[in-house]
Ligand binder design. Structure first.
Ligand SMILES: C[S@@+](CC[C@H](N)C(=O)[O-])C[C@H]1O[C@@H](n2cnc3c(N)ncnc32)[C@H](O)[C@@H]1O
Length: 212
């Protein structure tokens, strides 16, 4: 049933971050993303990348370190508080502000507050699969609007499980293809299991925008 309001969703995610129930927050950018940036592209400095449902921003900063201007979007103010700390100098340790271009924006990614951004890359690790079904088409339209033709979209999702609440509902077979049909080509789809939810089937997708 897809009746969750933004307030309910925000409260759910804020509570997860507040209580530290964030098994996805491993401190390591997934090897799939690292491999992509090693092999696939050499971005021009300042090209735009989006981290959709960025959580505490680890991967946003990874993208920024590739020379991209990285924007992380998340609904949870609690997550973004932690994300913005990564950009702040640490007075206690004297740690320097990272010399990268990154920013964090609080937004519902099923209503991405962006027009045509000309982004070269969008990353979603575990956000789309948590959205209520009725919000997914609008989410997909936001990603399509934001990316430039030829831009890449890297997506990690759990397979559908009927028992899940707002945390990770998962996605049906063929759902990603249907959501981006005619606009994006699926370059790869790799099945695996989650390292954080034991034996939960999951998939990595890499897609590319074909046209606008
Ligand atoms: C499983 S966590 C993954 C976080 C991050 N991508 C990572 O790998 O560390 C899912 C994230 O999606 C965010 N999220 C869920 N629904 C959202 C929505 N409608 N708009 C924006 N962010 C959302 C949550 O707040 C949470 O930070």
């Amino acid at each position: 049933m897809d009746t969750d309001s933004n307030e309910e969703l925000r409260a759910h995610w804020d509570e997860r971050y507040r209580s530290g129930q964030t098994p996805w927050d491993t401190g390591i950018t997934p090897p799939e993303v690292q491999k992509f940036w090693k092999e696939y592209t050499s971005p021009e400095d300042g090209n735009l990348a989006l981290d959709i449902g960025c959580g505490t921003g680890l991967n946003t900063l990874f993208l920024a370190r590739q020379g991209l201007f990285a924007i992380g979007f998340d609904l949870s103010g609690q997550a973004l508080k932690l994300a913005r700390k990564r950009l702040s100098p640490d007075a206690a340790t004297g740690q320097e502000r990272p010399r990268v271009k990154a920013m964090f924006v609080q937004a519902d990614v099923s209503r991405l507050p962006v027009g045509s951004l000309d982004a070269v890359y969008a990353l979603d690790i575990g956000c789309l699969h948590s959205l209520p079904d009725d919000r997914r088409p609008a989410y997909a339209q936001g990603v399509i609007r934001a990316l430039r033709p030829g831009g890449y979209y890297h997506l990690y999702v759990f397979d559908r499980s009927k028992s899940d609440g707002p945390g990770a509902r998962g996605m049906d077979d063929g759902e990603v293809a249907a959501l981006f049909d005619g606009k994006m080509e699926i370059l790869s789809e790799e099945r695996g299991v989650s390292s954080t939810q034991v034996s939960r089937p999951s998939r990595w997708f890499l897609l590319r925008m074909t046209e606008k």
